[in-house]
Design a protein around this ligand. Structure first.
Ligand code: B12
Length: 219
């Protein structure tokens, strides 16, 4: 089964193989989202679990990350709905002190299916940098990721910075990452959080238009 081969190539960090297998899966008629879900995400989650249980080390994780990105580069153009005016603008990034970007790349791939314009600030983004981007780009949605319990509090700093600069009311804030709970999101004053990229995608599909309309009314 081609998905097993993709998973195996990620586990081995064979990025060229992941790239080729992803192309082959598409040629065999599998959809980009099924390749993402059953191949790339499953593969990286297996490595993530092995790292957590200390069965692999940092170099293996980085090679697997590279492989996942190679596969993602093949399917991203297919996930991307044409950007349409009126479908909003989304800024995303991982907070300062945090270099984890695998989860956010997957969430970004999901966001690409909506037709919204995406601006990716990358990793290690300070509250001031988030605020600068919000002031300049006036996005409808700001998506913030944190994977470390030591950096999740920076999400609060971002919201405080936006409030201090009078920018908070103009943007819906979605936070996420493994340590983020509903209670935490509420406590720091975020609008939403989702456990994974699929929950997030389903929410956007149903609610993007409603969300943009409500934002226009409230802002
Ligand atoms: C890969 C990884 C790394 C890689 C990161 C590579 C990269 N380019 O991202 C490397 C090796 C660099 C790394 C470094 C470190 N890591 Co690390 N890392 C992981 C690991 C194994 C996997 C994370 C991952 O990518 N998972 C796969 C993706 C698909 O899942 P995800 O990130 O959770 O994302 C999903 C959801 O959370 C959600 N999501 C994520 N972001 C967002 C945002 C929004 C808006 C939404 C809606 C949803 C959403 O959707 C995603 C897709 O479904 C985890 C362990 C684990 N099992 O989670 C540890 C882990 C996160 N790391 C950990 C630690 C401690 C570190 C280090 C401090 C290690 C060290 N001692 O040096 C450093 C810190 C570096 C830094 N400053 O950031 C700890 C954190 C512990 C804690 N409680 O804080 C973990 C949990 C490992 C452990 N000990 O159990 N790490």
């Amino acid at each position: 089964m081609i998905f097993d081969d993709i998973i195996h190539s990620i586990a081995e960090g064979e990025s060229e193989e992941t790239l080729e297998l992803t192309k082959q899966a598409l040629a065999q008629g599998y959809s980009a989202t099924s390749i993402l879900e059953k191949g790339l995400i499953t593969g990286i989650n297996i490595i993530a679990e092995k790292y957590r249980t200390e069965k692999v080390n940092v170099p293996e994780v980085l090679m697997a990350t590279h492989s996942m990105h190679a596969g993602l580069s093949v399917i991203e153009p297919l996930l991307t709905a044409p950007t349409k005016k009126g479908l909003g603008k989304i800024i995303l990034g991982t907070v300062a002190g945090d270099l984890h970007d695998i989860g956010l790349s997957i969430v970004k791939a999901m966001a690409m299916t909506t037709g919204a314009k995406l601006i990716d600030l990358g990793v290690n983004v300070s509250p001031k940098k988030f605020a600068r981007a919000v002031r300049k780009e006036k996005p409808d949605i700001l998506m913030i990721s944190a994977l470390l319990t030591t950096t999740m509090s920076v999400m609060k700093d971002v919201i405080v910075e936006l409030e201090a600069q009078g920018l908070r009311n103009g943007v819906k804030i979605i936070v996420g990452g493994a340590p983020i709970t509903d209670a935490f999101a509420k406590e720091i004053g975020a609008d939403y959080t989702f456990e994974d990229a699929f929950q997030f995608r389903d929410f956007l599909k149903e609610n993007l238009n409603k969300l943009l309309a409500s934002k226009r009314i409230s802002s």
